[in-house]
Design a protein around this ligand. Structure first.
Ligand code: CTP
Ligand code: MG
Length: 209
């Protein structure tokens, strides 16, 4: 009678250790794969900000104009920096698309190619997000280069993802599944803080954020 009440040995939590190990490895591989896809897909949005630092200079977008007693955007947002950032993002998307198949086969992860509209949405969206962030910084009385925690790290995600969804809808929803979006939101601030710290140490940026 007692044996009839026994749980079947395959019930959750009762698997033999080797099955548990296998499940753990499989789950870890799936997470790792999502991280690789998220990073790859976001590279054309990550690079423009760094390229703008190198390309920046010259005439500011706001032409020196003020709103109230504050600059509209400030001297940190220039035409040259913006164009350089977008071109760098587009170029990188092109290069990644050329290598997607070979890289994908080598690491057994299905990394995406980029359509021109997807590349433009990611690169231009990143620059636009950064410009909108400066606009908000000036409105809240922050000087050029001032820190705005949260906004500094996610401004380009907030604009580049919706813009890409709008311009390249089919591509966007095929690549940016919910798990990829979740990884992007977690990974981006970490990468942003790290790369800006490196750019600061190298003397390319005036502040480490
Ligand atoms: N840059 C640019 N054009 C852009 C973005 C950046 O020329 N659209 C260049 C500027 O030289 C800028 C530098 O990259 O100073 C660093 O970018 P960022 O940190 O975004 O600008 P900040 O100078 O910190 O200005 P803000 O406070 O407005 O963000
Ligand atoms: Mg800054």
């Amino acid at each position: 009678m007692q044996t009839l009440c026994k749980q079947p040995s395959t019930a959750a939590g009762n698997e033999p250790p080797e099955i548990k190990t296998y499940q753990f490895v499989a789950a870890s591989m799936a997470v790792l794969e999502t991280i690789v896809v998220a990073f790859w897909a976001m590279l054309p949005a990550y690079v423009p900000n760094n390229a703008a630092v190198l390309a920046g200079g010259g005439r500011p977008i706001d032409g020196g104009r003020t709103w109230g007693d504050k600059r509209v955007l400030g001297d940190g947002k220039t035409w040259r920096g913006t164009a350089g950032g977008i071109i760098a993002g587009l170029a990188l998307a092109g290069i990644l698309s050329l290598f997607a198949e070979d890289v994908g086969a080598a690491i057994s992860v299905d990394v995406p190619t980029f359509t021109p509209l997807a590349a433009f949405g990611l690169a231009a969206g990143a620059m636009l997000g950064d410009i909108l962030a400066s606009f908000l910084k000036r409105r809240t009385g922050r000087q050029r280069g001032a820190m705005f925690p949260g906004l500094d790290q996610l401004d380009f995600v907030v604009v580049s993802l919706p813009l890409t969804a709008l311009l390249a809808t089919e591509w966007f929803f095929a690549v940016f599944t919910w798990d990829v979006i979740l990884v992007v939101v977690v990974l981006t601030p970490i990468l942003h803080v790290t790369t800006n710290m490196i750019a600061y140490k190298l003397g390319l940026k005036n502040e480490p954020w």
